[in-house]
Design a protein around this ligand. Structure first.
Ligand SMILES: [Zn+2]
Length: 114
């Protein structure tokens, strides 16, 4: 399947991806509503992962590559959901460097995290 050849597909992907990165960056780093961010993060990361897989698919990449890419993108999505925390006290977005040991306290204000 090749809806977009790589010459057309890459600029479309690049523009959408940059817009998504800027929009999500502004939302997650500037917004102080931890509860809202906690609700938005999982669906946002899942849609982003699906979009990434979609771009790989429409760019004409061999289907066999998708059998490798889909589990990797799913794993990265799960690890990101586990490692990104939001502080109820100050509203900060905290991204732990170790997804297997999420932060227990806010690095900005020291409050205990959920
Ligand atoms: Zn905090």
């Amino acid at each position: 399947m090749n809806f977009l050849d790589t010459e057309q597909g890459f600029p479309v992907f690049f523009i959408v991806w940059i817009a998504l990165a800027i929009g999500s960056g502004l939302f997650f780093w500037l917004n102080r509503n931890a509860e809202l961010k906690r609700k938005v993060l999982p669906p946002f990361l899942m849609v982003s992962g699906a979009l990434f897989i979609g771009f790989i698919w429409v760019s004409g990449t061999p289907t066999n590559f998708l059998y490798i890419a889909i589990p990797i993108v799913a794993l990265i999505t799960v690890l990101n959901i586990r490692s990104i925390k939001f502080c109820d006290a100050c509203g900060s977005t905290l991204h732990s460097q170790n997804p297997f040991s999420p932060a227990k306290f806010c690095s900005k204000c020291g409050a205990e995290l959920q």
